[in-house]
Design a protein around this ligand. Sequence first.
Ligand code: FEO
Length: 399
Amino acid sequence: MNHTLCNQIDWVGAVDWNIRDFHSYQTDRGATYNAYLVRDEKTALIDTVKAPFAGELLKNIASLTDLSRVDYVVCNHAELDHAGALPEVMRAVPQAILVCDKKCAATLAEYCDTSDWKMQIVASGDRLRLGRRTLQFVETPMAHWPESMATYVPEEKLLFSMDIFGQHYATSQRFDDEVDFATVMDEAKTYYANIVVPYGQAVLKTLERLAGVDIGMIAPSHGLIWRTHAGKIVAAYRDWATQHVKPKVLVLYDTMWESTAAMAHAILEGATRPGVSALLMHVRRTNLTRIATEALDAAAIAFGSATLNRGMMPMAAAALNYLEGLRPQGKAAVAFGSYGWGVGGAEAIQESLRRLEWEIVSEPLRARWRPTPEVLAQCRRVGELLAERAVAISQANGT
Ligand code: FEO
């Protein structure tokens, strides 16, 4: 197993093969918590791992150097999948200086007792000379926490990017060119869609800050290291952060007695045409992680639910609540759904679409008990309209 990024810089993190729920993000391929050891005249550990993997991290470090030789521990991010092991690590390397920005120091102090730690507070532009190599710090606030920071090694053109550019993908390989490229990009997209999307403006500022930086390799805090395709993941982040969408219509729905399902299929039929990708998903049979990922680059979304208890069905409400939190932008949309003796489902969806500030192309489509042929024809027409808007929106943003 090759863990070496370049001369005397190695991955020393942990692979979490069996994690399937990362605070509600469904991680079908597991995860890794990446930490890196830079050995020079001085030795620096870049980030740690989730607390249960502290022993594994220390063992990996000890296989390369004596723990007493660790001079610095850099904390780029205080979230506990990277800083959870810090207390145990700092106990194991008491001579080491913890290097982080001011906000990170404050956050760490809320999580654990840092009073005995030697600390060095850094800010953007600060440099730490290790010998032949230098660590240069770039604060990246709100990408995706307030204290987020990246660390750059100019002599190796190597960026430790923290969470951004990461993927939840447990593998024995460490580099992007050792695995199927479509798979690693799909996992990177899933990661962006479920973790990073609300912070697009912060990502764009980070990309601006990095524009003048000569980057040969990107080593994120999760998943594969971008050794061969660094330019491609940076370009993909620029696309995602600018909400570039594709000519794609996503039909999401939940149904009680198949009336809303019939409407969903009629909308899909109307949206199906050359040059447009039309996709249908039952929200109770599709996990939220996948729904958010498909929504990321869809230019148009039809969202439907039967009325239950004067509102949406529960999983439809969960999916919309999740999307409202993530706030993907730049979409055309329509609400639809069946009802019986009282309305409420499609109306609640319409309110949610308004809060999302998506372009609503029609009044909600409604069917009482069973959709009539006229209602199904209306659904097909709205499907056609969504496909037209999807093409127009994607062309307008250059996709
Ligand atoms: Fe991977 Fe924001 O922690």
